[in-house]
Design a protein around this ligand. Structure first.
Ligand code: F6R
Length: 605
């Protein structure tokens, strides 16, 4: 969360920073700011509360800056305000800093080194820039780089920093630990940014920065060292990212575009994980890693955690290995007793989630193998795990995750099938994944054509409710968990995904007249039981809604999903619920893509 961008060289810094911030806005959007400067030492610092558009309104006359840094914020320390917005400055105004992350020992630093300083806001970042300034200003001979290093030796926590010295308009100092950051290299200019996608208008040549590395960035050079000053040499890489991927096209919101992209994500995954003969093609090393494991631990957060549940049944059936799910934010503080030969699978759209990474660091220390399933090549979780499988769903920009969820389950299906086939399992050869995923893609398309119907259901049944429930059993319960998360995060309806049979053990007391209870029905053995639970809540006044696959559908069901293979049902069943969430948010007049209090990549603990 929080996005940072910096540029130095022969470009208009304000334009580049503003375009970059617009693309980074998904990472946080409660306040923003830029600092730009030029060779004549003119400089400008502009900050605003709210969106990047609010910042744009305040820009005023351009100073033709050639270097600068910018930031879009998701508040951690201190409320969204001008004082707390970045860039943060030292007392003299000479040092200017943007930061993504959390400085854990900021209070100790303040008490020990900065007792006499006056602070304008409440951010940990302000403490950091004061600390750098203290070291640089109390010893005039100390180069800024050394002052920065000295501060970094003291600072604990996560950070991606971009620092400027107003006396040197041609240099940006960069450092990183745990928060994402990479360089973008151009002809006569260089950039630094939290996300490659925010730089692709300017360059397709990138260079990674690893944790505890420093970069001195100038228009024609990027000098990387470790904190001890040892030079680091690293090749840059070219990534031809598609600009149209990051635009909304004719869509009103990214979320709708991303929901609509799901059939093509399924088809692209078929291309990615099959060979020319149509046989499933997953790296032998990854298949072996699964075969060698006596238990698979899927670690994830939020929607990715729910996707893990969506794939659990299929993974267990085809790998013949128990699958346990772990919430990254819980496991980071202690793992249960592990099996003898665990394999950890990290599911993460962004590949940057701090909670998941905290577990991965421990897994690596323990020497266990790990696999990251992610949408972002080169992301931290991908780099640090033993293996990676890419979802290849294209950038997911709406805060509410949709195509990554379905893409993750489909990717795990290829893994499960590959392992099952290698093990000679009949069920694996019988499972024609290419055909079944094509069926899923068609089923999604059929659900997408029901948008008007879903909009009406929302208008009549969900528009004004304060709470709602999704219920289901087994696989449908897992779908309910994700459906509820979608609804609450973008429409602010308090919603729970519940195991249908569990309601009567307490939670049914919350049912009162008009509360929507939406049943997910895909399992022929369980549908009638869930329908029974629906009758129980209907008898207590609930407004019941049914989403059923054709195979179990009854006359009068509200939304029918065309039949898919039961192992892939979570992919098909989630789509109407994504549309319900989208419509509810839209009809309530909310910002679908940028719900309050949230940000896309959760890079703080
Ligand atoms: C919800 C959502 C979040 C993320 C979670 C994990 O729509 O997007 O719950 O799923 O923050 O993020 P990743 O998958 O990037 O690790």
């Amino acid at each position: 969360m929080c996005g940072i961008v910096g540029v130095v060289g022969n470009r208009n810094a304000t334009d580049i920073l503003m375009q970059g911030l617009e693309k980074l806005e998904y990472r946080g959007y409660d306040s923003a700011g830029i600092f730009v400067t030029n060779a004549q030492h003119q400089s400008k610092l502009v900050k605003s509360v709210g969106r990047i558009e609010d910042l744009r309104q305040k820009l005023g006359i351009d100073i033709a800056g050639t270097a600068g840094i910018g930031h879009t914020r998701w508040a951690t320390h201190g409320k969204p305000s001008i004082e707390n917005a970045h860039p943060q400055t030292s007392t003299s105004g000479r040092f200017v800093l943007v930061h993504n992350g959390v400085i854990e020992n900021f209070k100790e630093i303040q008490d020990r080194y900065l007792k006499n300083d006056r602070f304008i806001g409440q951010t940990d970042t302000e403490i950091a820039v004061h600390l750098i300034a203290k070291f640089a200003e109390e010893d005039e001979k100390m180069p800024v780089l050394d002052a920065f290093k000295k501060a970094l030796d003291i600072i604990e926590g996560s950070y991606a920093f971009a620092l400027m010295d107003a006396e040197d308009p041609e240099t940006i100092y960069v450092a990183k630990n745990k928060s994402p950051l990479l360089l973008g290299l151009g002809d006569g200019y260089n950039m630094v940014c939290s996300d490659a996608m925010a730089m692709i208008r300017e360059t397709s040549e990138f260079m990674e920065i690893h944790d505890k590395e420093l970069v001195v960035l100038k228009k024609n050079s990027a000098m990387i060292t470790d904190y001890a000053g040892n030079p680091v040499t690293r090749d840059s890489y070219r990534a031809e990212l598609d600009l149209s991927d990051i635009g909304k096209g004719t869509y009103p919101y990214y979320m709708l575009k991303e929901i609509d992209e799901q059939p093509s994500v399924m088809r692209q995954l078929i291309q990615r994980y099959t060979d020319a003969d149509g046989a499933v093609n997953v790296s032998d090393a990854i298949v072996r890693a699964v075969q060698e494991a006596d238990r698979i631990y899927i670690i994830a957060a939020g929607t990715s955690y729910n996707a893990g549940f969506g794939a659990k049944m299929m993974l267990e059936a085809l790998t013949q290995t128990p699958v346990e799910l772990g919430l990254a934010s819980e496991w980071g503080y202690g793992m249960p007793i592990l099996s003898e030969r665990p394999l950890f699978i990290f599911l993460s759209q962004s590949g940057e989630t701090a909670d998941s990474r905290q577990v991965l660091v421990q897994v690596n220390e323990l020497g266990y193998p790990s696999l990251t399933v992610t949408n972002v090549p080169g992301s931290t979780l991908s780099r640090e795990a033993s293996y990676t499988l890419l979802i290849g769903a294209g950038p997911e920009i709406a805060v509410a995750s949709t195509k990554a969820y379905t893409g993750q389950i489909a990717t795990l299906a290829f893994l499960a099938k590959a392992v099952g086939e290698t093990d000679g399992l009949q069920a694996a050869s019988d499972f024609d994944l290419v055909k079944e995923l094509s069926v899923v893609a068609q089923s999604i398309e059929a659900s997408l054509s029901e948008k008007d119907k879903i909009a009406k259901i929302v208008q009549n049944r969900l528009l004004t409710t304060r709470s709602a429930f999704y219920i289901g059993r087994k696989q449908d319960y897992y779908v309910s968990m994700e459906a509820a998360l979608k609804l609450k995060e973008i429409s602010y309806v308090q919603c729970e995904g519940f195991a249908a049979g569990e309601l009567k053990h307490g939670t049914i007391s919350l049912i009162e007249k008009g509360v929507p209870v939406i049943a997910v029905l895909s399992d022929p053995l369980l549908a009638s039981h869930t329908r029974g639970n629906l009758m129980e809540v209907a008898a207590r006044g609930a407004s019941t809604i049914t989403i059923a696959v054709e195979a179990v559908a009854n006359p009068g069901d509200d939304i029918i999903v065309t039949n898919v293979h039961p192992w892939l049902s979570a992919i098909a069943m989630i789509v109407p619920t994504q549309l319900i969430a989208y419509e509810t948010s839209l009809q309530r007049g909310l910002d679908v893509d940028k719900p309050r209090n949230l940000a896309k990549a959760v890079t703080v603990e």
